[in-house]
Design a protein around this ligand. Structure first.
Ligand code: AMP
Length: 210
């Protein structure tokens, strides 16, 4: 899944993963889990995450490759937030082809910057299970409480406006070149992420059926 921070790719990745019964692998979630557990990796990553920068590839790539080598990934998986730059995409391709595997599709969830900042300020997440909500678009059943585990929802440090603007700048500079990278490989499928969430899901499912 490709897209700016807050484009809704995490939510869509969750839905795809549930439908195909495959893991949803979010490098951001893995970093946040490490951070919560107070691991060395978490401590190192936090500095970059809090200021909206990418965590260096040395810390990210191996972590991701270890994850996709696990047994539950044999049937496939949805990558969300990885690759985040061209070098990460190249390592992924190399590693997959060494295992006679490849990326099937790159789903690009397209949302203009102006929409992103408004959206992100309404985003709330569960500090316990990582579920994502929005005060307007994806309301939990009970205001401020996670539907899945009953924990009080919070605003992530990196969802604050100035961090969002920084993350958007990083996205355009480092991640957006991947649009061209996957386009050239014939794998890019762009969906309009400004549409209703269910419509975006429908569009993605029709792509995956092909
Ligand atoms: P996300 O939840 O995907 O928006 O990720 C939150 C933060 O984790 C990002 O702003 C980065 O600091 C870091 N991060 C997540 N995935 C990557 C990646 N593939 N490469 C580098 N940093 C990442």
């Amino acid at each position: 899944m490709l897209g700016a921070p807050g484009a809704g790719k995490g939510t869509q990745a969750d839905i795809i993963a549930a439908k195909y019964e495959i893991p949803h692998i979010s490098t951001g979630d893995i970093f946040r889990a490490n951070l919560k557990e107070g691991t060395e990796l978490g401590k190192k990553a936090q500095v970059y995450m809090d200021r909206g920068d990418l965590v260096p590839d040395e810390l990210t790539v191996e972590m991701l490759l270890d994850r996709v080598a696990k047994d539950d990934c044999k049937k496939g998986y949805v990558l969300d937030g990885f690759p985040r730059n061209i070098p990460q995409a190249e390592v992924l391709d190399k590693e997959l082809s060494a295992h006679h595997d490849a990326v099937d599709y790159c789903i690009n969830v397209d949302v203009p910057d102006e929409n992103i900042v408004t959206r992100m300020s309404g985003r709330r997440s569960c500090p316990k299970c990582g579920a994502i909500y929005h005060i307007v678009h994806i309301k939990p059943d009970k205001e401020g409480i996670c539907d899945k585990c009953g924990t009080a929802l919070t605003q992530r440090e990196d969802d604050r406006e100035e961090t969002v603007r920084k993350r958007l700048a990083v996205y355009h500079e480092q991640t957006a070149p991947l649009i061209d990278y996957y386009e050239k490989k014939g794998l890019l499928r762009t969906v309009d992420g400004t549409r209703d969430m269910k419509k975006v899901t429908e569009q993605i499912f029709s792509i995956l059926k092909d």
